[in-house]
Design a protein around this ligand. Sequence first.
Ligand code: ATP
Ligand code: MG
Length: 472
Amino acid sequence: MINLCKKVLGKARKKNSKQPSFEQPIILSRDQHPVSRKHISHNALKVLYRLNKGGYDAYLVGGGVRDIILGFEPKDFDIATNATPEQIKELFRNCRLIGRRFRLAHIVFGREIIEVATFRGHHDSDEEKSCQKTSKQNEDGMLLRDNIYGSIEEDAERRDFTINALYYSAKDFKVYDFANGVADVYAKQIRLIGDPETRYREDPVRMLRAIRFATKLDMEIHPDTKAPIKTLAPLMANIPPARLFEEFLKLFMSGKALANFELLRDYSLFQYFFPAVDQQLNQKSQVYLADFISLAMKNTDHRVNNDQRVTPAFLFAAMLWYPMQEQIQRLNRETQLTPQDAFFGALSEVMSEQQRSIAIPKRFQAVMKDIWILQEKLVRRDGKRAFKALEHPKFRAGYDFLLLRAEIEQPNISQSEPGSLQELAKWWGDFQEANAETQQVMIKSIVPSKNGPRRSTRKRKKPRVKSTSGEA
Ligand code: ATP
Ligand code: MG
């Protein structure tokens, strides 16, 4: 089908005599492309039909069309229409209108959400520029609001990449290609529509999207689309932390975390997600950090690609583990705090700094804290402590975290050496498998070491810590 599509594309282009323009798209008829209703979710088809029946134009657009042409299963289905959000709401009882910057309709079918966007228009007329309600830009050229509606041609021009400006109609079964996107799909090219610098200034997240699509679809970023990224990277500072959290999930929880991490670092974009980690990576102040992050990401990718459960909290805990250690050590050096107070002091500082970049929801912050606290609990396992740790609701995550550390930290110490992380990890592996009798023997045989229970002889002092939005 791919070959047929390429051939047909050549013919369709000849018929149109030149490159497509936004007024004259390449139109591929039903037998000239692989997109058919059997690839599209039932619910997305329902939405397309209902909009058409209501007298509106409606198209499947973006990843839904692109991925089917590539032979992938689309992650979700996005629809574009000439109906306004209010008109969409009138047609669907299960409709929620969302977004201020970019107003959209979500049609909710249980767990599946079909996103329906009204065709976007241009911003160039003075009247539109002055209409603060529908469109607004900051001094860097960033669009703070993008709610001017327009025609399908204008909508196509306002999409990010050529491969995302493909529209499929469930009325005539044709694919409308406005920006030569089908050719770029086959050439495996990520190419921005319009002037790259202007498009990145309008929305710096497009820099992240270029990287994400390159790794996800195994494509190259076109040189013109690639060129301005490093220079414009500082625009990322304008992205609200809540949006960056959403982008974090897409980049790091979709099976391509390691590849995205490496590209983000290459393009100087990673620092806007994790400034403290980026600083440590640049200064090489933590010997294990780079390997630790890479391994955590490799594991996450493996789990995602094998349909195993993952939580962003684990990756956040791994990212911030060494910045936490550095803060704890600093507080130990500079203050008289007990180990526990130093931990909570560091937690507060690291989290409040991190929250300025990515808004990590409180429920994930709580899990990160549990994972970190468990690292200490897994060391002090005498008496009843081991059983208590085992019953901890986040034991599994804490144990997996210990395994990760054991793979990276002290790799030269022999497995059997008492006090090594490898020995500790092995002990916990055996303990979980052992019967009650063996567990008792294992606990009795713990040699009290320098890692054993410690009580500070220092005078307790109230920690001087900043407040944080996180749970501390
Ligand atoms: P996937 O859903 O597989 O991640 P997608 O291309 O469908 O990829 P979405 O984030 O679902 O991406 O967005 C749907 C479509 O909306 C995109 O294909 C693109 O046409 C348009 N779009 C999304 N974000 C932007 C943006 N920041 N600027 C311009 N167009 C965008
Ligand atoms: Mg999508």
